[in-house]
Design a binder for this molecule. Structure first.
Ligand code: RAM
Length: 545
């Protein structure tokens, strides 16, 4: 009897453990099939280069590299290449796709192979700065240079690697002195899954806003492949935080919701066995999540994407299917919430990657409290939309308590600013997330954002990712004129510096900012900077007037 009882207990504990260890076990396959069924089709278009250029040092130019001396493409096609040795080709716009070109001799029979080096760049600096200086952090192989050997001439060569670029440099490394050759017929098979034509903005919209909208649409278009990629050069994969902003942009422009559905199912199907979402999924050769990549805010932002998707599509089936995932993510906050209503920041920091921005030294305690409140509130709304508020019944009381705790512990009434308990750093991130989570009144929000201008040692945003939330915070607390001005200055600033798609990292005062200590490896077409299209179209009274 005792023996069978203990066997039962053992079995019970085992099955409970197994359950705990393999959340959604019975759904994963179906979710991955749904993801596969929602894969968007890629639209291919053939693009040809526009001109030949030089990239030369220029004091005033972005990153000090200037594009000059423009010649027609024929000047390359008609000139023997053996003496020319090097050329930079400009396609005139950012492209994502497959590159090809042809070679033929100028007369004499080719008696030996050619070796060529091809370098592709989204920004001029990538064509000018030697890549081999980069040794650390990310894979050197993200940098887009390829050495190829052409064994026989004539030949047409297509690189197997998908590339993201506007400029291509071709350099001759080796050839036979017995013959010369021409490079000709350069092309790119460009691809995107964005096929719908977004609505035009009215004629009377400020031309700077129109230009920002155009470049932002281009940015999103390039990142919309068979998933929402973060950047078509790097990392070419789905990240939840980037997806959140891409889905916002898409819902107000291309309105192609299948890609959102695919990404939601993929992330669910590949989530950790503990039921928490992994922040990033690599699609090829077969979809898999990056091991142990648990990023706190990204797991929570999933719930917002699901809620926004449901709002935009009314697709209840998907939202109901994935509700267990959203519900499970709310546990992440519960796990770290202390009885005083504050998140246990240090513990979260130990267990998770807490991100918010690529910005060295950013202290994240306040922002963490803010996003936790924000996510729980939105998750509760989602539950309500699905008639499942009984499954999230504790959330309103929790968020109420968390808001109170934030006000009590972070708010400095004298300065009107929010600072952490253990570090008094004044950051944009802290003020922004106190506003977005509804901890402040509109007046307090306005006061705190305005106070940043004169506060000492402020920690500024380092990327358009945090800048998005800055604009949203201003919109939410009624600083409409300031929101428009900031959007025009920040994204307009990138355009002035030559952006044809918006960048991963941007600091108006530092052209060389890089999360990876090497600016050529930055992504210059980055999903999370596409959100002007969302602001401009969602709030026409603010941004189109
Ligand atoms: C980088 C990518 C991506 C971002 C993560 C946190 O690797 O640029 O966009 O979401 O960081």
């Amino acid at each position: 009897m005792i023996k069978s009882l203990s066997v039962n207990i053992l079995l019970f504990t085992c099955s409970a453990l197994c359950l705990a260890q393999n959340y959604y076990e019975h759904n994963r396959q179906a979710w991955l099939s749904e993801a596969e069924n929602s894969k968007p089709e890629l639209i291919i278009s053939e693009k040809k280069p526009l001109q030949i250029v030089d990239i030369v040092p220029g004091e005033q130019a972005f990153q000090k590299w200037e594009v000059r001396n423009i010649h027609p493409v024929d000047s390359l096609y008609n000139t023997p290449f053996r003496k020319k040795k090097k050329v930079i080709i400009d396609f005139g716009d950012h492209l994502t796709g497959y590159f090809s070109f042809s070679v033929k001799t100028t007369g004499a029979t080719a008696d030996g192979p050619l070796r060529l080096k091809l370098t592709f760049g989204e920004a001029p600096s990538e064509l000018a700065v030697p890549f081999d200086n980069y040794t650390e952090g990310l894979s050197r192989a993200w940098l887009q240079d390829e050495t190829i050997t052409v064994m026989y001439v004539p030949e047409t060569i297509t690189l197997t690697r998908r590339l993201a670029f506007r400029y291509v440099k071709i350099e001759l490394l080796a050839s036979s002195p017995q013959y010369d050759f021409n490079i000709y017929d350069i092309r790119c098979q460009a691809q995107t899954s964005a096929k719908n034509q977004p609505e035009e903005l009215p004629d009377n919209v400020n031309p700077v806003i129109k230009e920002i909208d155009r470049v932002a649409l281009n940015t999103l278009k390039e990142c919309m492949q068979t998933v929402y990629e973060d950047g078509p050069k790097r990392d070419q994969r789905l990240w939840i935080g980037d997806m959140y902003l891409e889905a916002l942009g898409n819902a107000y422009s291309f309105k192609q919701h299948d890609i959102t559905k695919r990404c939601l199912y993929l992330l669910a199907g590949l989530s950790g066995s503990n039921g928490y979402l992994l922040a990033t999924v690599i699609e090829k050769p077969t979809p898999r999540a990056q091991d142990n990549q648990f990023l706190y805010e990204y797991a929570l932002l999933y719930n917002l994407v699901l809620k926004n998707y449901l709002e935009a599509t009314k697709d209840r089936k998907t939202a109901e299917d994935l509700w267990p995932v959203a519900k499970r993510q709310t546990d992440i906050v519960r796990n770290y919430l202390q009885s005083n209503g504050l998140m246990d920041f240090e513990k979260v920091n130990q267990d998770w990657w807490v991100f918010f921005d690529w910005k060295e030294g950013l202290y994240k305690e306040v922002a963490l409290q803010g996003i936790s409140i924000f996510a729980l509130k939105e998750s509760y709304q989602l539950a309500k939309m699905l008639g499942k508020e009984n499954e999230a019944a504790d959330l309103p009381a929790l968020t109420g308590k968390m808001i109170k705790a934030a006000r009590k512990n972070f708010y400095d009434k004298k300065s009107g600013l929010f600072v952490g308990t253990k570090n008094k750093q004044i950051s944009y991130a802290s003020q922004i997330w106190m506003i977005l989570s509804g901890v402040t009144s509109n007046e307090e929000g306005q006061r705190s954002l305005s106070a940043l201008a004169n506060a000492p040692d402020v920690c500024y945003p380092g990327t358009p990712y945090l800048y998005h939330y800055y604009i949203q915070a201003m919109v939410d607390c009624g600083m409409h004129r300031e929101a428009k001005e900031a959007l025009m200055n920040y994204w307009g600033g990138m355009i002035k510096k030559g952006a044809d798609t918006f960048w991963e990292a941007y600091d108006p005062d530092n052209d060389f900012i890089s999360p990876y200590d090497f600016y050529p490896i930055n992504s210059y077409c980055h999903a999370w900077s596409c959100t002007p299209i969302y602001f401009i179209r969602k709030y026409p009274n603010i941004f189109q007037e």
